[in-house]
Design a binder for this molecule. Structure first.
Ligand code: FES
Length: 122
């Protein structure tokens, strides 16, 4: 039966912050991104690395010039990616999707926001 686990007070997390918590052996990463809270199992779908402890970057894109060549790299400011530190797989922090292979996704964890506190349900 699922149980709720206290993460922290919601106002402790600013955009870009995270908490990785252990819930009786299940690790969960809770993030604040663009004013929203999201939670993922701390287990990468590639080889089960601790994905929630990876770095956060804006998505890197390669804009094409008129002749079809790539002249520069740029950041897509509207998308924050979580990068697994084991082999570099990247996931959209809001959706959990890997942009290169849509069958590879982070596993979502239910979040509850009650009385100013954040809880995860696992
Ligand atoms: S375990 Fe995360 S990229 Fe391989």
């Amino acid at each position: 039966m699922p149980q709720s686990y206290l993460v922290c007070r919601a106002d402790e997390l600013k955009d870009g912050d995270r908490r990785v918590v252990s819930c009786d052996g299940t690790e969960v990463g809770v993030f604040k991104v663009d004013g929203e809270f999201v939670a993922w199992h701390n287990e990468c779908p590639h080889r089960q690395g601790p994905v929630c402890q990876g770095r956060l970057y804006k998505r890197v894109i390669e804009p094409l010039a008129a002749d079809g060549t790539v002249r520069e790299l740029a950041y897509e400011e509207s998308v924050t990616n979580l990068v697994c530190s084991w082999h570099g797989y990247e996931f959209d922090l809001k959706t959990g999707a890997n942009q290169g292979y849509d069958k590879v996704k982070l596993r979502k964890v239910k979040l509850e926001h009650k009385d100013g506190n954040l809880y995860v349900v696992v």
